[in-house]
Design a protein around this ligand. Structure first.
Ligand code: ZN
Length: 301
């Protein structure tokens, strides 16, 4: 069912019917149990551009208050699945110009509850080597000039989201299970540094990121993660190391190097996505993503 071309699609959460939080009953939530159809989005980045190849899937343009978002929508393994390439067709949108608010709003409007975001990353941690998977659990945000909230005091009131758990820990557990099955090298935690781009980092910056506790570096992880948090969706980010950061690597960095690194990991990435989409097991629920904005009346589209 998960055809090779679909496998070429990527490199890569749930609103329950009530207020559920970590440690509470799982009976009604589909974040961990499998009682309801899951509604999943996979957001891909560099090296994952074949939405037309997905059999039985249809392109959908979703209108949002922030502009249009283009997705591919269908059903896989009994779950509603949406694929979204954040860079647009043919890497046409650079990281700093991605319409993050339109993308996340569109996914919410489509009823998505779980988001699996994939990212090609550089590493500033020598223990995280080329080809390794990293399930991100923290973020250092070095982006600027990007609108990073839905709650801008205009359409939505001023609000302050808790971001102590930037990535959904419940989905992180599912990813961990999938990666264990695959017997690939992975790290169950890692701090993602998000830079403004589109240029690569200087050696001094990479050194600083490492000193601050950063592990991997990319350009698109924010504000995507906080917008998904504000929209009360379960959002996990799995990174694949494609290269070492500047100053660690002997050679100058190039986008080609990132793509080549991604191609090497493509098969494994797509196996991971496949496993994630068909996940039927149960894990302890260890997040409160779906009630993040409860103090502000919840997030509604
Ligand atoms: Zn969650």
């Amino acid at each position: 069912m998960f055809k090779k071309k679909l496998l070429a699609l990527f490199v890569l959460p749930l609103v329950a019917g009530g207020m559920f939080c970590a440690g509470e009953a799982l009976a009604k939530t589909n974040c961990t149990g499998r009682e309801r159809m899951r509604k999943i989005a996979v957001i891909g980045g560099s090296g994952v551009y074949s939405p037309d190849a997905v059999g039985g899937f249809a392109k959908k343009i979703v209108k949002t208050p922030y502009g249009e978002a283009s997705c591919v929508v269908g059903t896989l393994y009994g779950n509603q699945v949406v694929f979204l390439n954040r860079h647009g067709t043919g890497h046409s949108v650079p990281p700093h110009l991605v319409n993050y608010r339109a993308n996340i709003w569109a996914l919410k409007k489509l009823g998505v509850e779980e988001i699996l975001a994939t990212a090609a990353v550089g590493s500033c941690n020598l223990k995280m080597k080329t080809g390794d998977f990293v399930i991100c659990d923290q973020v250092l945000d070095f982006t600027n000039s990007r609108i990073s909230t839905f709650y801008d005091g205009k359409d939505l009131p001023v609000a302050h989201a808790d971001f102590s758990q930037p990535y959904c820990a419940t989905l992180g557990k599912i990813l961990q299970n999938c990666l264990q099955d695959m017997k690939v090298k992975y790290h169950s935690a890692g701090t993602m540094v998000v830079t403004q781009g589109p240029r690569f980092e200087t050696p001094a910056e990479v050194k600083m990121y490492a000193m601050l506790g950063g592990d991997v570096i990319n350009m698109t992880g924010m504000p995507e993660a906080i917008l998904a948090k504000e929209a009360e969706m379960h959002y996990a980010a799995v990174a694949v190391v494609t290269n070492y950061g500047a100053g660690i690597s002997k050679n100058p960095l190039s986008h080609q190097e990132v793509l080549e690194g991604m191609q090497k990991s493509e098969k494994e990435i797509n196996v991971l996505i496949d496993k994630f989409l068909q996940w039927k097991g149960n894990v302890d629920k260890v997040c409160c993503c779906e009630t993040t904005m409860a103090n502000y009346g919840g997030f509604k589209v």
